[in-house]
Ligand binder design. Structure first.
Ligand code: AMP
Length: 428
């Protein structure tokens, strides 16, 4: 076929999808333990939600969004991240009306027009958790602890929590001016993207990956001296909270994250096993996001973690994904008489209704039944424990030969006995 999946878009095939299911199961349980309720958000939103929420000067909005106009002339965008949609949904449905914390989570595909490479795709999947409606540091600590706990339960090793504060609209302008002064004095060493960013958003220069810019950014002033009293106290509370829970973290004055909506806390969890795309999770506080998209004041804090990258690291580190779903029984028709074919169909269905994974031959591409020998080959390839060979005896009774594929032992059974025998064999 000359039509392929679009560049940067992957199919998650059956031999990988069960690993994803495991990661999502563990995530769902951890989210519930931390009091987060699941929400399903739309895959596309009004473009304005992201241009105003995520910020006009971010890479995401400037270069990476999949924008389109629908037949009604509406400007829409495939969601590049989940936080803005979460805040929109919480406001639209009054989920924070009671004035207490509203803890939500979701997972699903996000879309960004980025240069594809290992661990970076144009359609990728995120797990996302948000705590809305509260401004205290407890929520920040909880959210960081939640992300770390998901990774602990999944068995991920070699992770590092990196923390920073990006201040608030009161104190950030002072820091912005300091940065502008610093970077302007080193214009000759900056890449061309950073020269553009310098006027629009000098904070973004701090996380440029170009070596020249990196050296200048390393020598840049840290935000800590500029934080207002409120941001400084919040930052200290977050740090104390994390230390109190026994979390180790590294401070990184260059961590600003690629989204404009962050205030105060910004953090990432990095993996030593991911190469260039080493961030497995990123998040922080965004107290003004709701207002920037026309909503009420609604402080919030959350994180997003990449499922593609989590699975990649787990595979590299040899982590367990639980048990791959087993195929138990293959029901084989010994001949193609209607009585045998019907018996195969009904035995397979009966086993499935008993919760026993069962397969049968569905014929070939031309609709022809396959021989008993080819069906046995399929049973072998499927790795089933039992092959049930269905035939008729001289008195036209249906008989089943149950062959244990591991031991080669074979016994006969009536159709109604097969499920019980298979179940009994689990307990041996
Ligand atoms: P962000 O929304 O940019 O803060 O990203 C949060 C997490 O999503 C990252 O730490 C990655 O694990 C994952 N992620 C972000 N962008 C991509 C991408 N293009 N491909 C795969 N995973 C991604």
């Amino acid at each position: 076929m000359d039509i392929k999946a679009p560049r940067g878009v992957r199919d998650i095939l059956p031999d990988e999808s069960w690993r994803w299911a495991y990661v999502l199961d563990v995530t769902a349980k951890t989210m519930a333990d931390f009091g987060h309720s699941e929400i399903h958000l739309p895959l596309f939103e009004q473009t304005e939600l992201f241009s105003r929420g995520v910020g006009d000067t971010t890479d995401i909005v400037e270069k990476e969004m999949y924008n389109f106009t629908d037949r009604g002339g509406r400007n829409l965008t495939l969601r590049p991240e989940a936080t803005a949609g979460m805040v929109r949904a919480a406001v639209e449905h009054g989920l924070c009306a009671q004035g207490a914390a509203s803890r939500l989570w979701c997972w699903g595909a996000m879309f960004r027009y980025e240069r594809p490479q290992k661990g970076r795709y144009r359609q990728f999947f995120q797990i996302d958790a948000e705590t809305l409606g509260v401004s205290g540091a407890v929520a920040d600590v909880e959210v960081i602890a939640l992300s770390a706990e998901i990774f602990r339960r999944l068995g991920l090793r070699n992770l590092e929590v990196v923390l920073n504060s990006v201040g608030c609209p009161k104190c950030r302008p002072i820091y912005r001016d300091k940065l502008l002064k610093h970077f302007s004095a080193h214009k000759g060493e900056l890449c061309k993207d950073c020269l553009v960013r310098l006027d629009r958003n000098p904070l973004r220069l701090l996380d440029c990956k170009e070596p020249g810019c990196g050296a200048v950014a390393n020598a840049a002033p840290a935000i800590y001296d500029c934080l207002c009293d409120e941001c400084a106290a919040h930052f200290e509370d977050v740090r104390n909270g994390l230390s109190g829970l026994g979390f180790r973290y590294t401070l990184d004055k260059r961590l600003v994250r690629g989204l404009d909506y962050y205030t105060k806390t910004a953090y990432e969890i990095l993996s030593g096993d991911l190469g260039a795309q080493n961030a497995v999770c990123g998040g922080g506080r965004y107290d003004n996001l709701s207002e920037s998209v026309g909503g009420p004041h609604l402080p919030g804090v959350g994180f997003a973690a990449g499922v593609d990258r989590i699975v990649l690291i787990m595979e590299e580190q040899g982590c367990s994904f639980g048990q791959c779903p087993q195929k138990e029984v293959y029901v084989v028709a010994q001949d193609d008489t209607p009585a045998v074919c019907n018996a195969v169909l009904s035995l397979t269905h009966r086993l499935r209704m008993e919760g026993i994974p069962a397969e049968q031959d569905a014929g070939d591409a031309l609709g022809k039944k396959r021989s008993a020998k080819s069906q046995m080959k399929s049973a072998d390839n499927a790795g089933v424990t039992w092959a049930c060979l269905v035939s008729q005896d001289e008195s036209h009774n249906i008989v089943i030969a149950m062959k244990n594929m591991n031991t080669g032992e074979q016994t006969t059974a009536r159709p109604e006995e097969v499920a019980r025998r298979v179940k009994e064999s689990y307990n041996i």
